[in-house]
Ligand binder design. Structure first.
Ligand SMILES: Nc1ncnc2c1ncn2[C@@H]1O[C@H](COP(=O)(O)OP(=O)(O)OP(=O)(O)O)[C@@H](O)[C@H]1O
Length: 783
């Protein structure tokens, strides 16, 4: 039965209240940190960068002032930033660098922010960040106050309400489109969000929207008789997924377990759609997901444009950005003239010391800047329009697809990669722009990071999450990880080696099951692992409001329409078959096959790795398990538990085993850059880094969250938990554990206390039993 108006209203209102709850949690957490921590502590937590100086102020797209900041060598021994959590898309404030020992004062222009009293401030969005330079796009309109950046300043991260505002506004638009008679915007805190300041416009009620909201069922596939695959290497499950996605009239899901070529398959689908002369909007949950696709699409020479700044600064990617293409376009000369004038006026205004303009002269210059900015925006608008009209493919994060540049632009198909890491509401931002949707992801890997859930769990149990889901609330080591993708559609630069991300909860919510759903008790797992029957579920589809934001659109569609709505990729190109065996059996109904090219590859087959029998114990075993049970290698709680930081766990003896095994691997010829050490707890990351970082800077040491979508030849997994209470915390979360154990290509070494771990859940018990039977088991005390 199609969803009634009442059911749709209930669904949308649930989405709104969940988004509002998440926004409140983020604001509360940020304000708690900002108000209770000294600037020095904020820097240590990676939430501030101090002692910065302005390098220049340029004009970016939209007439924004791009303020470039760096660490002047006069103030610092190194020009490189210390570990921090700033990502493109984050909201940040530039403020005067007040004394490090004092607390940031309260008093705020916005919720979740504190302003140093009587100081000069500017708020903006992190536009670009490298090892030593950060660019903040300060939004300025014709009437905005003059930009006056202090000479010595600090950058402080703010709660990002922009993403939530956009999601709320999108839900409003959706409601207006689907239920035009309903009074819009029932946001609980309506007055506080920009979403309600302008009425949301209605979109076109497409069959796609109707299917997604259970107003009508998906239409039958439109058969493609002559489908010629462009990529000869596609395997049968990939071909089937391509055909399925192309033939689906409204929506198709592609389930790609680890290493099965999700992106590879999407590239073929995109090329096929382009051959059909379709216009595409290709989105990712994070900047990294977008860049991954961009990198694979660029060699095919299809005209494309990437909106926003890439997380990776590769020249091949930079050339594809809207900014670069706008600058190169024929029409840009007109806008350039104004830009030059504007920049020189702004440089004059930014002058410090003696050269500083004062009084009426300054006022006049500022008025000129306002006029020039208006003119620039107008001219640049037509340049951007011109560039975008040439692009057959536009790439953006889901969030940035809702930006000004794509206002009123429609596409034939929208594709969302890593869709299982994005909240449903942010997916709706691009969905309202197209007639057809293709989602790719794996519901059995990391879900979106939800702060409000972590806070709930924190209040409810001893093993609950830390503030902002960070095991220790702190920034990580240089090189520690390649960042987590906060899956709210906020831009993130997952792969920057020098910056460290906020990490989702180690002790994740969700206890033993993958995810508790509002679906009559049916966990996601049930539908996610069903084999590809191609048949739809027999039960009538029903629109069920999600109980948490962890329920992604991918999950919901699969539950609503059954496994017939998706195709699963079944051949993996990463792991030795023994490494793939346990996750395949337990999570993917044994459907994961290992491609012949990887099924038996070992470290000893790598160039440069010794084939000497002396090294055989490390180079010839795909899975090694150091069982520490009975060794009394107990975990230790790091730091004092307090409101904002509950401390994290480490295990010194395990860290020593990690060190020993890493040295053995390197001794056998494996390069440190081919090894990753993964552990759930930040304190263990820090400890292991202190043991190994100096001698092996190329080694990657991090938590699971920075590793999704990536692989290494050898992975060492330190489980940490060893206690008499049999508490296993994070390890209970199958999806996170699944990501951890599916990163290696040729070698996985696990170090843990089987006695503690096997008490955590049936799944963990089975894993420990599987390891005892199948791995090369060593007893830590004896080695
Ligand atoms: N049909 C194929 N033939 C050969 N190699 C393939 C094929 N499909 C995928 N691969 C290779 O497998 C690896 C993983 O592919 P890809 O990155 O597309 O997978 P993914 O599912 O997106 O990965 P992840 O699990 O990291 O999300 C890549 O090196 C890719 O080139």
């Amino acid at each position: 039965m199609p969803a009634s108006d009442e059911q749709i209203r209930g669904f949308l209102s649930r989405q709104r209240s969940l988004i509002q709850g998440e926004q409140d949690a983020e604001v509360e957490q940020t304000s708690l940190l900002l108000s209770s921590c000294s600037p020095k502590l904020l820097e240590l937590k990676g939430l501030a960068l101090g002692g910065l100086g302005v390098v220049g102020v340029n004009v970016g797209l939209g007439g924004k002032s791009l303020v470039e900041l760096e660490r002047p060598s006069a103030y610092h021994s190194s020009i490189f930033f210390p570990p921090h959590t700033f990502r493109p898309g984050d909201l940040a404030r530039i403020e005067e660098n007040i004394s490090n020992s004092t607390k940031a004062t309260k008093g705020s222009s916005k919720k979740g922010t504190t302003t140093p009293a009587a100081s000069k401030c500017a708020e903006g969005v992190v536009y670009k960040i490298t090892d030593s330079r950060v660019v903040i796009a300060v939004a300025t309109n014709a009437d905005s106050e003059e930009l006056d950046i202090p000479e010595r300043c600090r950058l402080v991260k703010l709660a990002n309400t922009v993403t939530y505002d956009r999601m709320q506004r999108t839900i409003d638009t959706l409601e207006k489109t689907v239920l035009p008679t309903t009074v819009s915007s029932t946001q609980p805190d309506a007055a506080s969000t920009a979403a309600t300041t302008r009425p949301a416009p209605a979109a076109v009620l497409t069959p796609l929207i109707q299917v997604l909201l259970c107003m009508s069922k998906p239409s039958s596939p439109i058969p493609l008789n002559k489908l010629q695959f462009l990529d000869a290497s596609l395997n049968e499950s990939q071909k089937e997924a391509v055909r399925f996605a192309l033939e689906a009239p409204e929506v198709a899901l592609i389930h790609g377990p680890p290493g099965t070529g999700k992106t590879h398959t999407l590239v073929e689908i995109i090329r096929q759609l382009i051959a059909q002369d379709k216009r595409l909007l290709v989105c990712g949950a994070s900047n990294l997901a977008v860049d991954n696709l961009l990198e694979r699409l660029v060699p095919h020479g299809i005209p494309l444009t990437r909106i926003g700044h890439p997380a990776r600064v590769l020249s091949s990617l930079l050339g594809a950005t809207l900014d670069a293409q706008a600058a190169r376009s024929d029409q840009s000369a007109l806008a350039k003239d104004v830009k030059v004038e504007l920049e020189s006026a702004m440089t004059a205004l930014a002058g410090k010391g003696k050269g500083r303009l004062k009084g009426p002269e300054r006022r006049k210059m500022w008025d000129e800047v306002k006029e020039l900015r208006k003119e620039y925006r107008k001219r640049e608008g037509s340049v951007v329009k011109g560039v975008l009209s040439q692009a057959k493919i536009v790439l953006a994060t889901c969030h940035s697809a809702g930006g000004r540049q794509l206002f009123n632009t429609q596409f034939d198909v929208i594709i969302i990669d890593e869709a299982t890491q994005a909240m449903e509401a942010v997916c709706w931002v691009p969905i309202l722009k197209a007639k057809k949707l293709i989602l790719a992801g794996d519901p059995l890997q990391l879900p979106p990071t939800i702060i409000s859930m972590n806070q709930k769990s924190k209040k409810s149990g001893p093993d609950a999450a830390k503030v902002k889901g960070k095991p220790d609330g702190g920034a990580t080591q240089k090189n520690v990880e390649k960042s987590s993708s906060r899956s709210t559609g906020k831009d993130s630069s997952k792969d920057s080696k020098t910056i460290s991300p906020p990490m989702p909860a180690a002790d994740h919510v969700g206890a033993d099951d993958l995810q508790a759903e509002d679906t009559g008790g049916k966990p996601v797992q049930n539908s996610s692992v069903k084999k590809n029957t191609g048949k739809k579920s027999l039960a009538e589809p029903k629109l069920v409001p999600p109980s948490t934001l962890e329920t992604t659109l991918f999950d919901r569609l699969e539950q609503m329409y059954g496994p017939g709505i998706k195709r699963m990729l079944t051949v993996q190109y990463r792991m030795h078959e023994q490494i793939a065996s346990f996750p395949s059996k337990k999570l993917y109904s044994s459907s994961l096959e290992s491609h012949a090219s990887v099924a038996s590859h070992l470290l000893r087959d790598l160039p440069g790795v010794s084939s000497d029998p002396e090294h055989a114990d490390v180079t010839e075993h795909p899975v090694v398990f150091f069982d520490t049970s009975g060794c009394e290698y107990f975990e230790r709680l790091e730091g004092e538990a307090n409101r904002s930081d509950e401390g994290s766990r480490c295990n010194e003896n395990e860290a020593m085993v990690v060190k020993m095994w890493t040295e053995k691997l390197v001794g056998a010829g494996v390069l440190p850059s081919q090894i990753a050490i993964i552990t759930p707890y930040q304190a263990q990351v820090t400890l292991i880094a202190s043991l190994l970082r100096a001698s092996m800077p190329e080694l990657e040491i991090g938590t699971v969250d920075g590793m999704q979508g990536r692989e290494k030849e050898a992975v060492i997994l330190s489980l940490v938990r060893s206690n008499d209470q049999r508490e296993v915390g994070f390890l209970k979360e199958k999806r996170r554990l699944n990501v951890a154990m599916t990163r290696p290509r040729r070698h996985l070494c696990i170090i843990g206390d089987s006695e503690t771990v096997s008490q955590g859940s049936t799944y963990l018990k089975e894993w420990m039993e599987w390891l005892e039977e199948n791995a090369d088991v060593r007893y830590a005390g004896m080695d």
